[in-house]
Ligand binder design. Structure first.
Ligand code: KG4
Ligand code: ZN
Length: 352
């Protein structure tokens, strides 16, 4: 089954062609980072307009690189939420138009499920159950994936998302946007133990809290104006990674998971990737660390999810509206273990 997917939930205009939910024939991502960096963050109105300008060419590139055409597809999919409404509208409207024009079924995909699903593209034999640490600009969740498409939410952030904390701290430190890669880079020259920043909720359950950490960084720098930026960046990053890995590891041990998987933009962080690998090696479980391109926003993960959703739920009605607050999981279909089945319409807190 050949799926063309479109991803426009935030500031990446992306299209991909994936066969049978596993084989990436093409994945094109046109980043708007340069457009938004001068404003220090994504400007929703500008993002929507940029998607409109870029999407046609991105889809053409994805089809050409895959060596296929519209009539050669089986499904046309798009991210329907969560995300910025103006951005989502562009991708969803385009996908519906292609679906009608080529007479192919349309499948709406939850962006977060896309991130959860991304690991299958590079590791089809992903050992389940696995604990998935989903860390992006708008979300931070710890999920137990029991089977493909079945997720149990273990915990999530009670305030800022991990990526949001990276972006806000980077902005305060004058490192520019996007903050995550900037902190990752600068931190390489710093001492991660120079400053002992707080580990929010470290020993309590599976929820996360990063706003206290962000405030603590700001207060520390104001009190110590001469402190090396590299040390602040490294110590901040250490605090975030420490808490993320500690909780994922504890969840894997307590729930008998066969591995830990990471996803979302923050999963591109070099220290987080190293620590997850090391923790899993020490605990004798699998580490599923997708390539950086598969962690940050892309349409291949949307295509893979659409393939799975189409087989389970069939096509999405064309009157479905994009939902900026779409949640995961959607309808809690209770099982004895409190497991929920994710599907379209499941709401997730919106992106930042
Ligand atoms: O998943 P994503 O591409 O978009 C959302 O759905 O939010 O995640 C973007 C987030 C941003 O906050 C960005 O700063 C962060 O991922 N990020 C990183 C790194 N690369 C991207 N955070 C830490 N280290 C990185 N190397
Ligand atoms: Zn994302």
């Amino acid at each position: 089954m050949r799926v063309l997917a479109i991803e426009t939930s935030c500031d990446e205009t992306a299209a991909a062609v994936v066969d049978d939910g596993r084989h990436v024939r093409s994945s094109v991502v046109s980043s708007q980072v340069d457009i938004h960096s001068r404003y220090g963050g994504v400007v929703p109105e500008i993002a929507g307009r940029a998607h409109l300008e870029l999407l046609g060419a991105v889809v053409e590139d994805a089809l050409a690189a895959a060596g296929t055409t519209g009539p050669g597809l089986d499904v046309v999919a798009a991210t329907v939420g969560p995300g910025l409404i103006g951005s989502l509208l562009v991708g969803v409207s385009a996908a519906k138009a292609y679906s009608l024009a080529w007479d192919k079924p349309f499948v709406g995909v939850n962006h977060m499920e896309g991130h959860l699903h991304a690991a299958f593209l590079e590791d089809p034999e992903l050992a389940l159950p696995a604990v998935v640490l989903l860390v992006s600009g708008g979300h931070t969740m710890l999920v137990l994936m029991t089977r493909e498409g079945r997720y149990r939410l273990l915990g999530q952030t009670i305030d800022d998302a991990a990526g949001e904390a990276f972006d806000k701290v980077a902005r305060f430190l004058g490192l520019g946007y996007p903050g995550g890669p900037a902190i990752d880079r600068v931190a390489r020259d710093g001492d991660p133990e120079a400053i002992s920043f707080p580990r929010g909720l470290a020993n309590q359950g599976y929820d996360f809290s990063f706003s206290g950490l962000k405030t603590s960084v700001i207060n520390h720098v104001r009190r110590h104006p001469g402190v090396p930026v590299a040390d602040v960046a490294a110590s901040f990053q250490e605090a975030v990674v420490d808490v993320l890995v500690t909780k994922a590891r504890r969840a894997a041990a307590e729930l008998g998971a066969r591995g830990i998987c990471i996803g979302g933009g923050v999963a591109a962080n070099s220290v987080l990737r190293e620590r997850v690998e090391a923790a899993c090696a020490a605990d004798g479980i699998g580490a599923f660390v997708p390539s950086r391109a598969m962690c940050t926003d892309n349409a291949a993960m949307v295509a893979a999810t659409a393939w799975h959703r189409f087989r389970v739920d069939g096509p999405t009605p064309l009157d479905v509206a994009p939902d900026p607050n779409l949640r995961l999981p959607l309808e809690p279909q209770a099982s004895s273990a409190g497991e929920v089945v994710a599907g379209r319409g499941v709401e997730c807190s919106s992106g930042s």
